[in-house]
Design a protein around this ligand. Structure first.
Ligand SMILES: C[S@@+](CC[C@H](N)C(=O)[O-])C[C@H]1O[C@@H](n2cnc3c(N)ncnc32)[C@H](O)[C@@H]1O
Length: 242
């Protein structure tokens, strides 16, 4: 059984289960922090750079818990899809009549993560009221070419909340009939000055996929590298319950 305490005692390489992994923006950052990563997504993700399981994330997690195999992992990251109420889609979705009804996977994901007994991270974009903002990260904190504000709920561990930093300017593109230039690109949607595939790759530090949908879904690896390092620092100093 791999506990965080075991990492401390025996120098094991920590292992991370990356639920709703897409092409592995989050997974890559955890790998850079020192984890061996296994991802789960319900769509084929041939660009995912680590061990990959195709399947429903909640079904896979349930079966890992029931079989006891969950003990192979040190921690879990989950990025359940955000169409229900995220800031970027709420206006458009509600005007189309489906924003409020999209299946919310956050609550059932959290319930299973708690049942797993492992420390975890749930990631959501700004505008989702139903995750705690234990950590909020922004691309400018890492000198990236995207702002991409993301909130992270931490289960079973804590870390110091980093301070938000002042943006250097605007996100390039058209908004409300006005074009603005700026040091950041919009890595979502299409048109209106939004980023090209190569601009998104460069702005987020992702070079292993050129699939537009995978790039628009990804978090910059710098975010999860920060989280992974924060977690491992706590684990090795004995601050995470094992
Ligand atoms: C927001 S993206 C995750 C992005 C990823 N964390 C990254 O940084 O690249 C959500 C992913 O969840 C997947 N997904 C949606 N419903 C799912 C389900 N029930 N089980 C597994 N994956 C699912 C989608 O295919 C999509 O790839």
């Amino acid at each position: 059984m791999t506990h965080t305490a075991d990492i401390r005692r025996e120098g094991h390489k920590p292992t991370l289960l990356d639920l709703f992994c897409c092409a592995g923006g989050a997974g890559r950052g955890y790998e850079r922090a020192g984890f061996t990563v296994t991802g789960v997504d319900n769509r084929p993700r041939p660009n995912y750079p680590f061990t990959f399981i195709q399947g429903d994330a909640l079904t896979v997690l349930t079966s890992l818990i029931q079989s006891g195999e969950i003990c192979r992992f040190t921690a879990i990251h989950a990025s359940p899809p955000c169409q229900k109420r995220c800031a970027l889609t709420v206006g458009t979705n509600q005007s189309r009549g489906w924003g409020g009804t999209h299946e919310d996977l956050v609550a059932p994901t959290r319930e299973l993560l708690d049942a797993s007994g492992l420390p975890y991270v749930i990631e959501q974009p700004d505008g989702k009221a139903d995750v705690r903002k234990d950590v909020s990260l922004c691309g400018e904190m890492f000198g990236l070419g995207v702002l991409r504000h993301r909130n992270f709920e931490l289960g079973g561990w804590t870390t110091v909340r980093p301070k938000h930093v002042r943006h250097r300017g605007y996100v390039r593109g058209w908004r409300h009939g006005e074009y603005r230039n700026g040091p950041y690109v919009a890595a979502y949607g299409e048109g209106g000055g939004k980023a090209t595939v190569s601009e998104m790759q460069q702005a987020m530090g992702i070079d292993w996929t050129d699939v537009r949908e995978e790039l628009t879904e990804a978090i910059p690896p710098a975010y999860s590298e920060w989280l992974g390092r924060a977690f491992l620092t706590r684990a090795t100093s004995g601050a995470v319950a094992a």
